[in-house]
Design a protein around this ligand. Structure first.
Ligand SMILES: O=C1O[C@H](COP(=O)(O)O)[C@@H](O)[C@H](O)[C@H]1O
Length: 221
């Protein structure tokens, strides 16, 4: 891990911690929506060490692969192993999978569980893939139009470029958050972001759906 990436993760953890503190002075509970993938790991570790009243914090994911929670592809596993540690172990975590065989069968159940969370979220931490996807809003997904337009909270997604079926919060539900952060690293992602900033077609680069949230961009080489 480079020093720049570590520093970035710590700065993001400080900003998110401040946001949660602020909201917890006005509300009984606060909700944090995080992304999976490899980028957030140092951020999770830094955030877990923050002295927040974690018992009043709910955490969920922006999206998930429809896999067993013990799978190395599970975003929930990442959250449990890297964020729900130390002080943050007192937070309440809602995974986005259930016992149903498929996301299409499980989405309604997960939506009912998600409805119990303290919406609107205090913050959404988005990631971004090299194809410009964010959450599980993929450019090649047949469900992209629905996920960008629906007022429903969650959408089951099957994407040719991805091995597993997925579930994702819709753009609408993610937009409703009080604050939006994008956490990305590397020159390749900077180039994708630059391309996204230089055009309008959300279907080509779905991260474009969040560029005017406003979006706080946390990038390091
Ligand atoms: O598939 C996913 O990828 C993106 C980015 O992941 P990274 O490994 O490049 O950090 C992530 O934001 C998303 O939540 C995840 O499901």
């Amino acid at each position: 891990m480079s020093q720049a990436r570590q520093q970035l993760a710590e700065q993001l953890a400080e900003a998110v911690s401040q946001a949660l503190h602020e909201d917890l002075t006005h509300h009984e509970r606060a909700l944090l929506v995080v992304s999976g993938g490899s980028t957030p790991l140092p951020f999770f570790t830094a955030l877990a060490a923050k002295p927040l009243p974690w018992a009043r914090v709910d955490i969920t994911l922006a999206d998930e692969r429809w896999v067993d929670e013990h799978s190395s592809d599970s975003n929930a596993k990442l959250v449990r192993e890297h964020l729900l540690q130390g002080n943050a172990a007192a937070a309440t975590f809602l995974p986005l999978t259930c016992d149903a065989e498929t996301p299409e069968e499980g989405v309604e159940h997960v939506a009912k569980q998600a409805a119990l969370l303290a919406w609107p979220a205090s913050a959404v931490i988005l990631g971004m893939g090299g194809d410009g996807h964010t959450a599980s809003l993929f450019p090649d997904s047949p469900e992209l139009t629905l996920a960008l337009a629906t007022g429903e909270p969650l959408v089951a997604v099957r994407t040719p470029s991805q091995l597993q079926p997925r579930i994702t919060f819709s753009a609408d539900r993610l937009h409703q958050a009080r604050r939006h952060f994008l956490h990305i690293t590397g020159e390749d992602k900077r180039a994708v972001l630059a391309k996204a900033l230089n055009g309008d077609d959300v279907r080509q680069l779905p991260i474009r759906a969040f560029l005017s949230c406003p979006l706080a961009i946390y990038w390091a080489p």
